[in-house]
Every structure is written in C-alpha cells, then in structure tokens.
Design a protein around this ligand. Structure first.
Ligand code: ATP
Length: 262
C-alpha cells in the first residue's frame, strides 16, 4: 500500500520524569498511515504516559513530538481534531445520558447536530445499545460504558486513534465486531495506537508491535520479526523474555502460601 509510508507521528528523544522518577528515557519513533501499532509493556512501563503526551494532556516533557507534521509543543489545534481516544479509565460524565454525552463530544469536534444525532443512533444500534440512548451513563453496565467510549472516540471519523485497553468489559460478539472495525479503519488509512495487556489480541491485530521496558523501546517490528529475533513462540513468551521475567511459578506459589499462612 503506497499510503503506508506517509508519516503520521514522529517522536524524537522523548523523555519524561515525574519528580525524581524518570519514566521515559529517550523514545524515538516514526509511525505511518495505516499502521496498527500494538504498544505493550509491563505495568508502569510508561505506555499511558506516552499516550497522554501525544494527546497534549501532559506537556512538561522533553524531546520532540510531531503529529501530522505539527509540533505539538506549539499548541496548535489542527491535529487535535484528527485524534480519537479511548482512555484506560473512563472519565465520562455519569450524570449525562448517552445522547447528551455524544452531543457534547460532537460539539467539541465541530460536528453539526444532525450528523451527531444520526451517527449516535446508528452506532449505538450497531453495538446493540440503542435502547440506552436516553439512559443515564451511571446506570450502564461496564461493557455498555466501554461501547459508548468507543463510539465517542470514533464519531468524528478521526485519522489517528489511541486505544487504551479498549476491549475491557466487551462481550465476545462485540470483541469480534471491534476487531473487524480496527482492520477496516486501518485499510481506510487510519493509524491506530493500541495499548493492551491481552497479548493474544495484540499479536493478532497489530501489524507492528512496540515493546516498552524501563522507559525504553526494546523491540519494534512485526510479530514475525519479533519471533525470529527472540526465538519464542507466542507474543506472551516474547514479552516475558524481553522484560526479563521468568519467575511466575515461584511468585504464584509464594502468593498462595502466604494466604494459606504456610
Ligand atoms: N501523575 C503522576 N505522578 C507521578 N508518577 C506518575 C504519574 N503518572 C504515572 N506515574 C508513574 O509513571 C510510571 C509509568 O506510568 P504509566 O501510567 O505511564 O504506565 P503504564 O505503562 O501505562 O502502566 P499500566 O500498564 O499499569 O497502565 C509509573 O511508575 C507511575 O507510577
């Protein structure tokens, strides 16, 4: 695909510290149109921090970040309208109804009322939650909230998407729909940054996997490339190997012994 080499995101020597604690130690990355990036790493590796920097939520970082050619530290707004985001924890307005929430999001992205109404209803129908359009979000199940977050992230047809554990709470049928949506979006030239701990899914959906360890990128390539380099079978095993983790059995044994008072 000729689109594939068009640069969407460029990160140069990105560093971030919270007080004394250095979380990102010089990230360099170039991402292209149509790529589905599986962005993985152990708890606390710095994945959410990276995404928050890209979204402009954190701005006291060092280094350079360009999205669609715009330097994000210049505080332009052009690129922001082309971003969609499903956060790790849903900070959505529980007191609003789904319709009110999607209308609000639509307004933020400059969509007209009629388009928002039409898309909201249609997308909720497709995710089998249209009966909840006028229901308060506080009354939604976990999966319903997640579906609403996914709809809100896509309603303005963004060009780059950041998904943080997007399958959280979705039933098996909805997971199948969502994975297919991802593939179709990538075929349509959208770029997807997919952060998750579910290795089987990352392995299947990503066409490029980036592994962050101790604030540095320690692997970057297709699943096949990573497999060749590390001589491991599954992405889970590659992850264990590259993050230097071998002790799961001992830890589990000790965990159980501790609760049993042994
Ligand atoms: N606002 C903050 N103030 C201080 N430290 C923070 C803050 N946010 C994150 N950290 C620390 O930065 C490190 C990286 O956190 P981050 O949330 O980026 O990790 P992550 O890779 O997304 O982890 P997880 O997989 O658990 O979501 C952690 O050690 C965390 O404690």
């Amino acid at each position: 695909m000729e689109n594939n080499r068009q640069q969407v995101l460029l990160i140069k020597d990105l560093r971030m510290s919270y007080g004394e604690k250095t979380v990102l130690k010089g990230i360099n990355l170039e991402v292209h149109k149509g790529e589905i990036i599986g962005y993985i790493g152990a708890n606390g590796a710095g994945k959410s921090t990276t995404v928050k920097i890209l979204l402009g939520i954190i701005n006291d970082f060092q280094g350079e970040v360009h999205i669609f050619g715009e330097d994000i530290s210049k505080n332009g707004v052009g690129y922001k309208g082309r971003i969609g985001y499903v956060p790790e924890t849903a900070e959505i307005f529980d007191n609003l109804t789904a319709r009110e929430y999607l209308t609000f999001i639509g307004e933020v992205y400059g969509l007209d009322q009629e388009t928002v109404e039409k898309r909201s209803l249609k997308l909720m129908e497709l995710f089998s939650i249209s009966e909840a359009l006028h229901g308060r979000i506080s009354s939604f199940s976990k999966g319903m909230k997640q579906k609403l977050l996914i709809i809100a992230s896509l309603i303005h047809n963004p060009d780059i998407l950041f998904f943080d554990e997007p399958l959280s709470g979705l039933d098996a049928n909805s997971v199948m729909i969502f994975k297919e949506i991802l593939a179709e979006l990538a075929r349509a030239g959208k770029t997807i940054f997919y952060s998750s701990h579910i290795m089987e899914v990352v392995e299947k959906i990503s066409n490029r996997i980036i592994l962050l360890n101790n604030g540095e990128i320690v692997a970057d390539g297709t699943f096949e490339e990573l497999k060749t380099k590390s001589f491991e079978g599954s992405l889970e095993e590659i992850f264990n190997q590259l993050t230097g983790f071998k002790k799961y059995k001992e830890i589990a044994d000790e965990f159980v012994s501790t609760i049993q008072g042994v």
